[in-house]
Design a protein around this ligand. Sequence first.
Ligand SMILES: [Zn+2]
Length: 174
Amino acid sequence: MDLIPSFSVDHTKIVPGIYESRVDTLGDALATTFDIRLKTPNQEPAIGPAAMHTMEHVIATYLRNHDQWKDRLIYWGPMGCLTGFYIIVKGRPAASDMYPIMLESFQHMAAYEGEVPGASPENCGNYLMHDLPMAKWEARKYVEYLEGADKDVIFSYPKTERLTLQDDQKFFDS
Ligand SMILES: [Zn+2]
C-alpha cells in the first residue's frame, strides 16, 4: 500500500505553517490542497474537538462569503489529528499566496463575537459540540505565530529522505 503524500512527510520535523500537500488534476483544471498546521505534531496539546469544530464553522463561513476567495474555495475542514485544517482551492497558488487569506481568516476567528454560524440542529451534525472561547484563543495563538514566523520555514515542508516501502509499512503498522 502506498503512503498518501500528507503522511509521507516526516511529522517529527514539522512546525506550524502553511504547506502545499498535494495537487490534483481534474480535466484541464488543478486543485491544490494545503495543510494549515496550527500545532507541532506530537509535541504540544492538540486542539480540542469542540474548538476545532467552531473554527471549522466560523472560517468556512468567512471563506464562503469572501469576495476574492469564495469562487476559488473547494473545501475547508479539520484534520482528524486535531492539529490543523485542510483547505482545497482551485488552481495552484503558492503556499505563500495563501498567507494573507489565512492570516485574515484566523484574525476574523480570533475577534469573532456572537452566534457560531450553522450551530443549530438543522445545520450541523453535532451542534452542541462548540467552544467559541477556545476557538478564539487558538486562532489568536496562530495569528501571533504566523505574524512572527520565519517565512523561509513556514511554507515548505522539511526535506526528508524518501521513505522506503518498508518504512511505509512500519508507519501503517504502528
Ligand atoms: Zn458542525
